[in-house]
Design a protein around this ligand. Sequence first.
Ligand code: TYD
Length: 233
Amino acid sequence: MGWLRALEGRFIVFDGPDGSGKSTQLARFVAACASAGVEVCEVREPGGTAIGERVRAILLDRHHEGMSLRCEMLLYMASRAQLVEERIRPALAAGRLVLADRFVSSTLAYQGTAGGLSLEDIHAVAGIATGGTMPDLTVVFDVDPQTIIQRTRGEDSRVVRGRGSVAGMKDLFSDRMEDKSADAEFRAKVRRGYLDQAAAQPDRYAVVDATKPPEEVWEQVVKTVRARLAPGA
Ligand code: TYD
């Protein structure tokens, strides 16, 4: 995997619905980079900084049922602004590969397409929050709502093993955001949100079929990232 060196100084996001397996694949990608001697800055959203983790707690707190959609969107962006300034921009400047679990694409899918806020407004706020630091590639882990339901019920034991722990599956619907995502219609909209983004910006997005077994998904991820960001390496 020597081609991974070509990713130094690039910014890649892994995104998709809850239960898509993106975080497991991201961990594997980070490990592959470490083996290849590529320095990685790994971040997750919401959170990733001390301030961002406090914002995350506000966002996920079940007591905050009355939070308005605009407040929610701005909090995700506030956490993101801190993450970009404190971690992402310095890492890119130092020539490190930045790998992010979720980014602006999550806000567009969850608060935009699924929640109902205008995508234009979200793009405008994102411009302010990130100061224009945007990913070179966003890998969307596409999975149909039915498969996610099966996974969260633990019916598909192969996938449960793939995610690493059965306890992790139980936690999947355990916070305020995940209460929202448990709604079938909301989930279908989130999925459409990601696919619409990928269709609108095919040069900045890639979609992988995350219904496949983890090993096959991994092969797709490697092939896609290489083809897009290290074609000659
Ligand atoms: P997280 O707990 O990290 O879940 P996962 O492990 O599935 O990534 O994410 C918290 C929730 O926040 C998740 O349901 C998606 C949601 N979210 C948004 O709605 N908008 C956003 O901008 C981000 C970053 C996350």
